[in-house]
Write a protein that binds this ligand. Structure first.
Ligand code: ATP
Ligand code: RIB
Length: 302
């Protein structure tokens, strides 16, 4: 995996402030985050052979990153530390009643990765079956690494978050794309208001050359399309605490499920259950254990 690390400043609020307004927070906490680190954390709960390439600055957030990776389950990682840049950070607002979130990222070191740094880690790509990345790094490097991963014979999964128009030319190199509703609207240029418009959007994304797409739709579950099969998966009821990282839980567990040999259908069902557990936990990087998925799936059948 190629991805980001951010230090998340997570503020719980009763409601999002309007423009020009100052409001009081209910609480504020500091958590490890970044879509790359979160997806690696989710995947590592399921598969022990995850490898993450990540870059931080030589500052206190960078030290937090080192401490975090050395104590979590993330199988193996290459952490580049650069004294000339600052570590990525994110301001995450979570609405207490709904668990909905709003996020601003400052990419910092995540957006300064060089080709030489990627090539120094090429052996890990050469031995990988699946390559997963997002859009929180500098886009030239994301495109470069996708090309190398393809050359190495990897199945390429892209979580196009946050959306960048600079990835559009590269979508035909992607085997599996996992946009959320907002990203799917931006990629397809189709407004999504219901399942019918989501289906139109996913067909339009497929026409751009992506082989398979799983669109996540929050509490409306997920939609799959591969050019012939279209299938909707309902979300599983959850006691929502914090939805930040739901997409990361979904994509990370989906990728790990595929590596474990699950069919696409099984892997999506697993990811839907896994993400429903993730929204019950505070902090985007706090990922549920793989064991809890079986229990949730059994409960959902009853
Ligand atoms: P975020 O940016 O908040 O991390 P996202 O927008 O990338 O998330 P979503 O589509 O909101 O991703 O959620 C990903 C998956 O998580 C959904 O497909 C669904 O399976 C699950 N999920 C999200 N919200 C809920 C919820 N309220 N209840 C149950 N499952 C949920
Ligand atoms: O998807 C959630 C993540 O988005 C947060 O951890 C934040 O760092 C941003 O990258």
């Amino acid at each position: 995996m190629l991805g980001s690390f951010n230090l998340d400043v997570v503020t719980e609020v009763e409601r999002f402030p309007s423009v020009g307004e100052t409001i009081r927070a209910i609480s504020t906490g500091f958590y490890p985050g970044g879509k790359g680190a979160n997806q690696a954390a989710a995947a590592s709960e399921i598969n022990s052979r995850v490898h993450l390439f990540v870059k931080v600055g030589d500052d206190s957030f960078g030290a937090d990153a080192e401490k975090y990776f050395s104590t979590t389950k993330t199988g193996s990682y290459t952490l580049i530390k650069d004294i000339s840049v600052k570590t990525g950070s994110a301001l995450v607002m979570v609405e207490s009643l709904t668990g909905n979130n709003s996020i601003i990222i400052d990419q910092g070191a995540n957006a300064t990765i060089t080709k030489a740094e990627i090539l120094s880690d090429i052996n890990n790509l050469k031995s990988a079956k699946v390559f997963l990345t997002q859009l929180e790094n500098n886009i030239d490097i994301t495109r470069f690494t996708i090309d190398i991963a393809k050359m190495c014979g990897c199945y390429v999964i892209l979580n196009p978050a946050p959306y960048s128009e600079n990835i559009m030319s590269h979508l035909s190199s992607v085997d599996l794309l996992t946009p959320n509703g907002t990203e799917a609207e931006l990629i397809s240029d189709i407004k999504i208001s219901d399942l019918h418009s989501a289906e139109q959007a996913i067909r339009a994304i497929h026409r751009l050359g992506v082989k398979e797409i799983v669109m996540t739709l929050g509490d409306n579950g997920a939609l799959y399309f591969n050019g012939t099969t279209m299938k909707h998966y309902s979300a599983i009821n959850a006691s929502v605490v914090d939805t930040s990282g739901a997409g990361d839980a979904f994509t990370g567990s989906l990728a790990a499920g595929l590596v474990e040999g699950k069919s696409m259908d099984e892997a999506i069902k697993f990811a839907v259950a896994y993400a429903s557990l993730a929204v019950e936990k505070k902090g985007a990087s706090s990922m549920p254990s793989a064991n809890s998925v079986g229990i949730r799936l059994k409960k959902d059948c009853m």
